[in-house]
Design a protein around this ligand. Structure first.
Ligand SMILES: [Zn+2]
Length: 313
């Protein structure tokens, strides 16, 4: 085990990095019970790659190599110890295998990179621009000794074969997460899950086309919530669509009350999923408040929540 993994394990009371078994390499495991909403790791990027630097594969590789050379010897060792699905691409292969999105491109987070993928994960990752850090937080209670997973792809909106194809192409591994393993042993269950996730993808597309149609938005939101629950997803997945429904309701006077209810619901979803995160929103995003003349006073205080829920499909 590399020195930085030993160090990560030494300083963390919440999780440890150790062998995951089944050929998955290392993974993150809960050292104690972790409660839903708890931040498990918060890590600044060791190396950032802006969208503007990724015009072509050659450009991206050149930029990655240049940035890598600027690192200290210790940090270079940390990067080189990470999994590389594309060894023929050198350092840029490591970045491609492990980078996570930020608001203007991607970044390498050596500790977060140790966590494995699952199609129904018990954690989620999120870039916090104001703090310049990527966070992993629990989306449900995680028991001591349980492996901590987040998703590398939008798995809830992809069928079994779509997920396996993308993971194989972009990360060169075959997903053997608990969800996929249970589906591979039961064809009826797999067909049902595929049907649900295809429908979720279709609803997501429908939402992007909707404009000033509160009834349809509310109906789609209800269906989406049922499907997400059936698929074992977490309520945070619904947040961008609550925002879309809100936008459709706010333009029609008779739906303003519904819009207010949606705001409160979004607050509840965020508070349940990530309490510390929603507190940051309340404290730091006041400039997102809309002109008070355009919104009923009862709606305004919660508007700031929605600045964070803008769809990021
Ligand atoms: Zn899977």
């Amino acid at each position: 085990m590399s020195d930085d993994v030993v160090e990560v394990n030494r300083v963390n009371a919440t999780f440890e990095i150790r062998n995951s078994g089944n050929g998955k390499g290392l993974g993150g495991f809960a050292k104690r019970k972790i409660l839903k909403g708890e931040v498990i790791v918060a890590e600044p990027p060791l190396l950032k790659i802006p969208d503007s630097a990724i015009g072509s594969l050659d450009e991206a590789m050149h930029f990655a190599n240049t940035e890598f050379k600027k690192l200290s010897e210790i940090d270079k060792k940390r990067v080189l110890s990470l999994f590389n699905a594309f060894p023929e691409r050198g350092v840029s292969g490591i970045i491609q295998s492990n980078a996570l999105p930020t608001d203007d491109g991607g970044g390498l987070f050596p500790t977060l990179a140790r966590f494995n993928h699952a199609c129904n994960p018990n954690a989620n990752q999120s870039w916090i621009s104001k703090k310049n850090e990527q966070r992993v937080y629990a989306v449900r209670d995680i028991e001591q000794g349980e492996e901590i997973f987040y998703k590398y792809i939008p798995a809830l909106f992809m069928t079994y074969s779509e997920r396996h194809s993308v993971l194989s192409q972009h990360f060169r591994f075959e997903c053997k997460c608990m969800h996929c393993e249970s589906l591979s042993q039961n064809s009826d269950k797999k067909a049902k899950s595929d049907s649900n996730r295809s429908r979720l993808a279709s609803i997501k597309d429908d939402f992007s086309e909707l404009e000033n149609d509160p009834e349809e938005a509310l109906s789609l939101l209800r269906e989406m919530e049922e499907l997400i629950l059936e698929e074992g997803g977490h309520e945070g997945e619904l947040a961008p669509f609550i925002y879309d429904t809100f936008v459709n309701c706010i333009t029609t006077p008779k739906y303003l009350k519904k819009a207010d209810g949606l705001i409160q619901r979004a607050h509840k979803v965020l508070s349940n999923c990530l309490p510390s995160f929603s507190l940051i929103i309340f404290c730091s995003l006041n400039f997102f408040l809309p002109p008070s003349s355009s919104f009923p006073p009862s709606l305004s205080p919660h508007w700031i929540i929605f600045s964070l829920l803008r769809p990021k499909y």
